[in-house]
Design a protein around this ligand. Sequence first.
Ligand code: PRP
Length: 178
Amino acid sequence: MHKDIKRILMSETEIADTVCRLADRLNTEFGDEPIVAVVILKGSMFFAADLIRKLNMPVILEFMKVSSYGSGAVSSGTLRLDLDIGTDLAGRNVLIIEDIIDSGNTLFRVRDMLSQRGAKSVKICTMLDKPECREADIHSDYIGKSIPPEFVVGYGLDYDERYRNLPYIGVLDEKLYS
Ligand code: PRP
């Protein structure tokens, strides 16, 4: 385990099992309906790569880059759109893929933005959910794991751009950011 990690929250095995469970649900619920998978960079890239390869329906892959955290550990609540998708969403089923829903401010705005483009449906799939931290009125439709309000890194999640490459999800030692 990395020296900056206090404890492992999701092992590689638990991550793999969770991705399979989510993919099974999505495959059952969407059937053959095509979807546009909107991957929110950067944190979601590993989760999205694992999940999307287990989906059976036709998938258009899109990426969106937004920033809400700056370089610290606490959400600023502001959103900057750095990269937009290229697909026309009119009449399509959209699946937003995120690593974590924390305050919910990011997904609230992203969902709103995508819904206004005439999508038939907009659903959200998140690997992690921190329900106790919620500020915006939003929930994820598909959740890998609900976690307590601790600062987590790994499997795409960062602190100041570090730790994204850890293969597991771990709780960061608070001495590093407090
Ligand atoms: C993180 C995470 C979510 C968002 C969740 O992204 O990937 O997008 O914050 O927080 P919220 O629910 O409080 O809005 P970040 O802005 O850190 O960008 P990154 O994915 O590039 O790390």
